[in-house]
Design a protein around this ligand. Structure first.
Ligand code: ZN
Length: 282
């Protein structure tokens, strides 16, 4: 069992950089989970739908519960020094949320390496959104291509995405029932990623009849048993890696997905799960 040694010492402060942390593996309900919402600062994101960018919309959604919220989200983007992901910035948070699309190749190997080590060695939580399936942090952290072998489609009029809760007892599904996004881009399975710990959500696109595992999670890094193949269950032998990772499929830049209340709840739940808290979202 790996114990982290950071704890929020100034949970009421507004500036995440002022917080020195020393938290136990499981936080108390009085503590704040710190999330960094990163995007590639893309010019093709709809300004009408996302006037503050995708990172701004997600951070606002995570923060909107005010002082009672256990999540404090800040933002960063690709055009900042160290691509918004300096060691200092990553050390200051429990969870990194990543949205990238057209600028994956501009993300440096140094940035991907810092994120890899933060997740695998320190236990930084990582949430990868939508077209981040081809982002370097996903490819490095999960050691995979992220290929959409079942294709993708931007239809006109847009696809509808029907999302089914497959694991209703999983913390990421807390408070979520099956829901539909009226406008989304289609991704089709098979999806080239490692076998997940859990498929929390599954999507169906009626226009073409495609399915996609749209909310899936893994643990990675320290704690896994090298070479383990099978065992009695309960995590014995397979172990739990120190880093928790969640991929969530919806989030095309020309649709208002991140304003949807179900999507916001999923992201909130995912931040808490990736940070290894027992806090229930409301
Ligand atoms: Zn898209």
């Amino acid at each position: 069992m790996i114990t982290r040694e950071e704890r929020v010492e100034s949970p009421t402060g507004n500036d995440a950089r002022n917080a020195t942390r020393r938290w136990p593996k499981i936080m108390s309900t009085q503590e704040i989970v710190r999330a960094l919402v990163w995007d590639e600062n893309a010019s093709h994101v709809s300004k009408e739908i996302y006037p503050d960018g995708i990172r701004g919309a997600i951070a606002q959604a995570l923060n909107k519960r005010g002082k009672s919220a256990p999540i404090l989200a800040t933002t960063a983007h690709l055009d900042e020094p160290d691509q918004g992901c300096s060691e200092e910035a990553l050390n200051a948070v429990d969870v990194l949320i990543w949205w990238g699309h057209a600028r994956h190749l501009e993300v440096s190997d140094d940035t991907a390496r810092r994120i890899y080590h933060q997740v695998h060695d320190r236990g930084l939580g990582l949430i990868l959104l939508h077209s981040a399936q081809y982002a370097k942090p996903l490819q490095w952290v999960l050691a995979t291509s992220g290929d959409l072998k079942g294709g993708w489609r931007e239809a006109n009029p847009p696809d509808t995405e029907e999302i089914t809760v497959c694991a209703p007892r999983h913390p990421i599904a807390a408070g979520i029932r099956d829901f539909t996004l009226r406008q989304e881009e289609m991704y089709g399975a098979p999806y080239e990623v490692p076998p997940p710990l859990c498929v929390v959500f599954q999507s169906y696109f009626p226009l073409g009849g495609e399915y996609f595992p749209s909310g899936i999670c893994w643990t990675v890094g320290r704690g896994k048993t090298e070479g383990f193949r099978s065992g009695p269950g309960g995590g014995v032998g397979e172990g739990q890696g120190i880093g928790r990772v969640f991929y969530f499929r919806p989030g095309h830049e020309t649709h208002p997905t991140y304003h949807d209340s179900n999507v916001q709840r999923v992201l909130r739940n995912a931040v808490l799960w990736c940070a290894k808290t027992r806090i229930e979202s409301k």
